[in-house]
Design a protein around this ligand. Sequence first.
Ligand SMILES: [Zn+2]
Length: 316
Amino acid sequence: MSAHSIDRRRFLRRTGQAALALPLIAGPGQALARRLAELDGADAAGSSLTILHTNDQHSRIDPFPMDGGRNQGLGGFARRATLIDAVRAERSQVLLLDAGDYFQGTPYFNLYKGELEIKLMSAMGYDCVTLGNHDFDAGTDVLAQRLAEASFPCVCANYTFSNPRLRAQVRDSIILTKGKVKVGLYGIGIDLNGLAPSAISSEVGFANPVETARRLERQLYDAGCHLIICLSHLGMQTRVPGALADPDLAQKTRHTDLIIGGHTHTFLDAPREYRNELGRKVLVNQVGFAGLRLGQLDYQFVPTGKQVNSTVKTVK
Ligand SMILES: [Zn+2]
């Protein structure tokens, strides 16, 4: 059977159920429940997924120096890699994600223009990232070059690039499969106007985050994803009048399960929980900045929904 006919079948199944009343609270819709039940035949590992995530690493290759500061001795790519490897040894299905701003903040970036950050993130086995405003700091050509060197894809759906080299390196969304679990990922960037020099922001068109998210999550849902994740660099809140932040995205979408955020360098000890347009649970998480923390969300898929357990690891 062709992929098209499978999608068509799903489409008919879903539209057939559209006439039924929508559930008012958390439980999955019937189509989603059926989809999750497909995973139930898998063993415990097969019906689980661990999400590891970072944001705003800001070129902090080394731990913070021992200078008496609040973060002294914490962070560093090598220590984070050790933590990630330990989780991978424990859990069979793991995705490692980043919400942008891997660049800018230490002389490593000024000297090597992100080459080292991308090499290390490739070696660490990142599965997908999005773009932060500072990732443009060396210009769109350099960013395109760095993304071409990366072993992982970059998603960002609400930007349009006049630089064809950068356009070729950034996708709207991607579907990654771990065991039987199909994960849809899309990216949402922040408006660069006022955040980046006009020479750069004029090269990047910006579309409404919520409208874009709704279009992308629908595509991923229709493609049969069990879990839909938005990598966002909008931030937990905004002072820009009329701008949207992650809580808006959470409450105005329908199929997105999780928003991995960045930009505001917010240290959350646990994900914030919101209700989407259909009354279902959406999580928003963000783990500060500089690679000081690693977020971990352990999902278990059962026919009645998606159970999730959250931890935050300090990198020391
Ligand atoms: Zn940042």
